[in-house]
Design a protein around this ligand. Structure first.
Ligand SMILES: [Zn+2]
Length: 372
């Protein structure tokens, strides 16, 4: 993945010019919903046509062509669910940012890059801290967007004859053993300090430890309380792992954390629906809540698709053809959930797509936590 840090976004936000417009393009390329490349390419073509016919269309012909050309090429979508593209040919601006979350597809032509959506995503996706430790080594990594954004390494050698048995000098050996244990504990204390330093620098939301059971048991109590309350499931690599192994294992932890987060949202949904407060489930009621702009979090079962109806006023419905809001005739759409996702993201709602959550399936595969 290319560099995607808050710094890059700040740089984009700082790009200002008064004479030529900038094209910002957000594209939903989520393979779970946009199965084939043609699916998102068709959506892009429609957005490009619309922008080209807009008031600043003539000034951004080259930008729209470059975006179209870029998206016609092969896109490795593993881990990528959304794209943000920024182009201003006359000023030499060209930035493509891959996002691990879906975004509402849209093109904005303006004097500055439209970075609000990006900023919201960065705030939402807290970095993951990974601390690998053994008796001599401590390695701390911080990942964000699957990208390594910070690291720190510590090596504190224990006395070389550690672990050597010496029958002649038993007492001396035990003394040495006590001393090495003390050094090892001191080392873990340093490891905990390194972790806290990187936490202060990066503010990661979760911390995953990679260590033996023995080291883990000794290390956890030494962590700053802020870090202890952020502990995630342990990562399946030790202090000797390569960076690629750490990255791959970090992705597994991220997925476990994601599944747990999804389960928590579905529990809130189920409890809310049960109590009849600030929650709704099922396609009909969820679309109605979206039409009323009452949705805080749209909760959707991965892969759920259903035909429905869309009005030119933006309203969505399970049954047509008459718009429930203004009575106008609606257009039939093959997958109204696709439109619901776009509407939700466009309204600034959170989106939780749940993988293999049986509780959500029982609730009708879609639901919403409501603002009121
Ligand atoms: Zn309508």
């Amino acid at each position: 993945m290319p560099v995607t840090t808050e710094a890059a976004i700040k740089e984009l936000a700082g790009f200002k010019n008064d004479d030529v417009p900038v094209v910002s393009c957000y594209l939903d390329v989520d393979g779970r919903r946009q199965v084939r490349a043609q699916d998102y390419q068709r959506r892009l073509a429609a957005l490009v046509r619309e922008a080209g016919n807009g008031p600043l269309g003539d000034a951004v012909t080259a930008d729209l062509a470059r975006i179209t050309e870029h998206m016609a090429g092969h896109l490795d979508r593993s881990g990528v669910r959304g794209l943000a593209l920024f182009s201003c040919v006359p000023k030499g601006l060209w930035e493509v940012i891959e996002l691990p979350v879906p975004v509402a597809s849209r093109i904005v032509v303006n004097q500055a890059p439209a970075v609000g959506t990006l900023e919201a995503i960065v705030q939402e996706l807290e970095p993951l801290g990974v601390l690998l430790a053994d008796r001599q080594r401590a390695r701390m990594f911080v990942f964000q967007f699957g990208e390594l954004i910070d690291r720190s390494e510590l090596f504190e050698a224990l006395p070389r004859d550690y672990d050597e048995t010496d029958d002649a000098g038993r007492g001396q050996h035990e003394q040495m053993q006590d001393h090495t244990d003390e050094l090892a504990t001191q080392h873990l204390r340093h490891a905990a300090e390194v972790a806290f330093k990187l936490y202060q620098d990066n503010g990661f939301g979760r911390l995953s430890i990679g260590a033996s059971d023995e080291i883990n048991a000794a290390l956890e109590p030494l962590l700053h309380p802020y870090l202890r309350e952020r502990l995630s499931p342990r990562i399946g690599v030790g202090a000797g792992a390569s960076e690629a192994e750490v990255r791959a294992a970090a992705l597994v932890v991220e997925q476990e954390v994601e599944r747990a987060k999804e389960a928590a949202v579905v529990t809130r949904l189920r409890d809310g629906v049960g109590a009849g407060t600030k929650a709704t489930a099922g396609l009909v009621d969820t679309l109605a809540a979206l039409n009323d702009r009452r949705v805080a979090t749209l909760v959707l079962s991965d892969g759920y698709a259903e035909s429905g109806w869309r009005c030119s006023c933006g309203a969505l419905a399970a049954k047509g053809p008459q718009c429930p809001v203004d009575g106008a005739p609606m257009e039939h759409v093959a997958d109204v959930l696709n439109d619901a996702v776009d509407a939700a993201l466009g309204q600034g709602c959170h989106l939780e797509i749940c993988v293999g959550n049986a509780d959500l399936d029982v609730l009708g595969r879609v639901g919403a936590l409501l603002r009121y």
